[in-house]
Write a protein that binds this ligand. Structure first.
Ligand SMILES: [Zn+2]
Length: 253
C-alpha cells in the first residue's frame, strides 16, 4: 500500500475526471490520499472530498502566495474548519521567497498565526518553503510545532539536517525522477526512510516520462520505485515504511 500525502484534487485540472482519478488510485494500492488546502476555498473543497471518499483526508491551510489577500475574517473561518474530524493537519503553510507572489512581511505573520492554530488543535504542520530556509527555521524554532513535514523538499544538505534534528519529516515528490535532479536524489540518500513521506503534489510535478501531463496520486508508485532504486532497497520496504510513517504522522485510521 502507498499513501499520497500531498495532492490538490480539488484544483480545476481535475474538474473533468476527479472521481475517475480517485477511483484509479484506490484500485491501484493507494490506500490513503491527503488532499491539501492552499486557500480558504481549497480548504473547504478539500473537506468536501474527505467527506465523500473514506480514504481521502483533508488538511486546511493558506499558501504563502495568498498572504497579501488573506483577511481576518477568512482566518476565523479557517480556524472553524480546522476543528473538523477529517482534518489531519494544518497546511500547506510557510514561506515562498522564490516567487514572492505575496510580500515577505505578510507571509511571516500568516505562517506564525497558522502554526499557533495547529498547536492549539494538536495538529501537525505541512510546510511549504522555497528559498526561505533561514526564516522558516527561525519561525519554526521559536514556535516549535507538535510535528511537521517539509513538503516537496527542495533544500540542501544543511537544511535537511536541521529539519531532521528538529524531528521533522521530509516529503519528496516525483521531481526526484528528473534528469537534472541529482541534488534531490542525494537528499533522498541522506534522509532516513523512517522520516520520509511520499507525495505527488498533483496536479503538478509529473514524473519523468509523463512530464507535461497532469500528475495524479497513482504516480506515487513511480516515486516509491525511484526511492527504492536510490536507497538500494525493495519497493515493498519503501511502501511499508512510508505508509507507516504517513499513518503515524497524520494519525490516519
Ligand atoms: Zn502543494
Amino acid at each position: 500500500m502507498f499513501v499520497d500525502t500531498h495532492c490538490h484534487l480539488d484544483f480545476p485540472q481535475f474538474d473533468l475526471n476527479r472521481e475517475e482519478v480517485i477511483k484509479r488510485a484506490k484500485e491501484n494500492d493507494i490506500g490513503y490520499i491527503v488532499n491539501v488546502g492552499s486557500s480558504l476555498k481549497s480548504s473547504i473543497a478539500s473537506l468536501e472530498l474527505a467527506k465523500k471518499f473514506d480514504f481521502v483526508y483533508a488538511t486546511v491551510g493558506i499558501h504563502p502566495h495568498e498572504a497579501d489577500r488573506f483577511t481576518q475574517k477568512e482566518e476565523i473561518a479557517l480556524s472553524d474548519l480546522a476543528k473538523n474530524d477529517t482534518v489531519v493537519a494544518v497546511g500547506e503553510i510557510g514561506l515562498d521567497y522564490f516567487k514572492n507572489f505575496s510580500k515577505t512581511e505578510n507571509q511571516r505573520p500568516l505562517f506564525s498565526s497558522l502554526i499557533k492554530l495547529a498547536k492549539d488543535l494538536g495538529l501537525p504542520l505541512v510546510i511549504h518553503t522555497r528559498d526561505a530556509e533561514i526564516d522558516t527555521l527561525k519561525i519554526l524554532k521559536e514556535q516549535m510545532p507538535l510535528s511537521a513535514v517539509v513538503h516537496c523538499f527542495s533544500g540542501g544538505e544543511e537544511f535537511l539536517r536541521e529539519c531532521l534534528d528538529l524531528g521533522f519529516f521530509i516529503s519528496f515528490t516525483c521531481n526526484i525522477t528528473y534528469k537534472k535532479a541529482e541534488n534531490l536524489r542525494n537528499m533522498v540518500r541522506l534522509a532516513p526512510i523512517e522520516r520520509i513521506l511520499l507525495e505527488t503534489d498533483a496536479p503538478y510535478l509529473s514524473p519523468e516520462g509523463l512530464r507535461g501531463k497532469t500528475n495524479e496520486p497513482l504516480n506515487v508508485k513511480i516515486l516509491a520505485e525511484e526511492i527504492a532504486r536510490i536507497k538500494q532497497t525493495s519497493l515493498m520496504e519503501v511502501a511499508s515504511m512510508t505508509t507507516e510513517n504517513a499513518k503515524k504522522f497524520f494519525n490516519l485510521k
